[in-house]
Design a protein. Structure first.
Length: 117
């Protein structure tokens, strides 16, 4: 089992920045990918960014150039730096742990991000 705890969400004005953190604990040796997903009200949950154990990254088109995913393996923590935030970025952001690219094996509880115009 892997436990994921997110932090860092909140309210920010458009154009501002936030950094989300996700602390992982438990048995994570089989986890090959860590990711951030988000879900806006009434919409499906979408992948935002994903990072491999070695640090390779991939981003959704809406995140490219504005968001950066990173990880500190020594701290078992994954980060999502979000810059130039827009009202459309308002959502609950979830940390996720994957054994394979396409399937989420563990979810965090989510952290709310609200961007005011």
């Amino acid at each position: 089992q892997v436990q994921l705890v997110e932090s860092g969400g909140g309210l920010v004005q458009a154009g501002g920045s936030l950094r989300l953190s996700c602390a992982a604990s438990g048995s994570s040796t089989s986890i090959n990918f860590m990711a951030w997903h988000r879900q806006a009200p009434g919409k499906e949950r979408d992948l935002v960014a994903i990072i491999t154990v070695s640090g390779s990254t991939n981003y959704a088109d809406f995140a490219k150039g504005r968001f950066t995913i990173s990880r500190d393996n020594a701290k078992n923590t994954v980060y999502l730096q979000m810059n130039s935030l827009k009202p459309a970025d308002k959502a609950v952001y979830y940390c996720a742990a994957h054994r394979t690219w396409g399937n989420v094996d563990y979810w965090g509880q989510g952290t709310q991000v609200t961007v005011s115009s």
